[in-house]
Design a binder for this molecule. Structure first.
Ligand code: EPU
Length: 437
């Protein structure tokens, strides 16, 4: 198990360059299955989620080349069924396999999906996905080690409505409807920038998709699609993570590749907390301008709200703000587990079952600790920490870098699921650490 020994208390200063969004790139790779010619995806980071999806695509006959320059080619000319046992070897490693369903049903008439993985931040059911696929005509059978699907009569466009604007289920509809016969109307769709980028890719491939007002997406099925060439949208979750790291460590980080439009909601909150930023053509500089940080009240939400993935790194910075901050998590029911380790390091964070916010939330009056009150500023001290999940783990690293003394952080390989060259970036920012495999 990999471990980092970090001596904190030193501002992170320097430049990091980020590539395409984990939460777009992996879906764009799956979309390549829909084309009858090869696709080219640019700015693909070397992260383990990309590796898992590459391996699954390769098992299905896709030829992939991923260069050090971040350019990936995916040739789906010879798509074929994979052996269940080979697919099963990837069980529990990612959530992306569920998005293989539509494309594989179109290409092969059948699909087998292993049991899913991903971060433990809630139950993360797939009921919306399965319901949507049934609407298109898929026949679904749950097996002990995964889910098997077939489409004996082909897939047909459908009128579908999501009970919650799920990112994954919206992508499921898009990837399934583009080649389905007839028209699909999706209401209650997620409209995150990563979804808009996926729609742009599908349009390049030949799809006909319109995004209407009020979360309605309409798709007119086409008979065939070709490959695409596309530069992936930057990873705004990674950008926000480094921004929060700059604030928490009193630092100054230029995030190359970050752009303003997709980060407006984050930038507003960052400014209210007392952080400063400068927007340049090739990235955004985030820094602590000196003085006290301010407490804030935020609620995580679907786009265009404050993203759930931004919450954890920001909470570390909020431990340094003077007063009481409140964070109401309305997307996942169990995303405050990481605060225990922060409290062990000297933070004062209380979590509550109650909804501490004005947004109607699905988790109120139930047994979910989904609101947090952070009282600051508190001096953080070094500790021994085990990384629990991707964003929580990044936050623990930031806390260790902000804390006085030497911390030991284990299970750090989890962070590489979503942050490319994480340790190299820390080194470039002047962090004082050593790494053992
Ligand atoms: N949900 C259901 N049933 C479903 C699908 C979702 O109840 O069938 C619920 C979830 O349990 C959750 C909510 O709907 O409470 C939202 O889930 P969503 O489907 O939007 O999330 P996702 O597609 O599984 C993606 C990102 C997450 C990010 C969320 C929200 C990927 C691979 N993951 O997850 O990213 O937090 O959207 O923006 O795209 C991360 O990067 O660390 C991460 C967790």
């Amino acid at each position: 198990m990999s471990q980092i020994t970090v001596t904190g208390g030193k501002p992170l200063v320097g430049r990091v360059d980020i590539k395409g969004a984990k939460n777009l790139v992996t879906k764009a790779m799956v979309a390549a299955l829909l084309g009858n010619t090869a696709s080219v995806l640019k700015d693909v980071p070397k992260i383990s989620d990309v590796e898992v999806v590459s391996r699954l695509l390769q098992l299905h006959g896709v030829i992939i080349n991923h260069g050090d320059d971040g350019v990936m080619t995916l040739d789906p000319s010879n798509v074929e069924s994979a052996r269940m046992v080979d697919i099963d070897a990837h069980a529990g490693s990612s959530r992306i396999p569920i998005l293989f369903c539509g494309p594989l049903l179109h290409r092969l008439g059948e699909a087998f999906i292993p049991d899913l993985g991903g971060c433990h931040i809630g139950d993360r059911p797939i009921d919306f996905h399965l319901e949507v696929l049934r609407n298109f005509g898929a026949v679904i059978e749950k097996l002990p080690n995964g889910t098997r699907m077939s489409a004996p009569d082909g897939l047909k466009g459908a009128k579908v409505s999501l009970p919650y604007p799920s990112v994954g289920a919206t992508e499921q509809v898009l990837l399934t409807s583009v080649l389905a016969e007839g028209i699909t109307e999706l209401s209650g769709a997620a409209i995150e920038p990563e979804i808009m980028d996926l729609i742009a890719i599908l349009q390049k491939m030949g799809a006909v998709i319109s995004v209407d007002t009020d979360r309605v997406i309409r798709v007119e099925g086409v008979e065939k699609m070709r490959g695409y060439s596309h530069r992936a949208l930057f990873d705004r979750n990674e950008a926000a993570s480094w921004a929060a790291a700059a604030l928490a460590t009193n630092g100054d980080i230029f995030v190359g590749g970050a752009r303003q439009p997709e980060m407006m909601t984050f930038l507003n909150v960052f400014r209210k907390v007392g952080g400063a930023f400068e927007i340049e053509d090739d990235g955004i500089r985030f820094y602590h301008p000196g003085g006290e940080l301010n407490p804030v009240v935020i609620e995580t939400d679907v786009h265009p709200g404050f993203m759930t993935d931004w919450q954890q790194p920001l909470v570390v910075a909020l431990t340094q703000a003077k007063g009481l901050s409140i964070v109401h998590e309305t997307v996942y029911e169990n995303r405050f587990g990481f605060t225990d380790a922060l409290n062990d390091m000297g933070a004062q964070i209380q979590i509550y079952r109650e909804c501490l916010g004005g947004n109607p939330c699905r988790f109120g009056q139930r047994n979910f600790y989904h609101s947090a009150v952070i009282s600051g500023p508190t001096k953080l001290k070094a500790a021994d920490i085990r990384v629990p999940d991707l964003r929580g783990g990044f936050s623990h690293m930031v806390a260790a870098l902000a804390a006085e003394g030497t911390s030991h952080v284990s299970n750090v390989q989890l962070i590489s699921r979503g942050y490319e060259h994480f340790l190299d970036k820390l080194a470039a920012l002047g962090a004082d650490f050593s790494y053992t495999e």
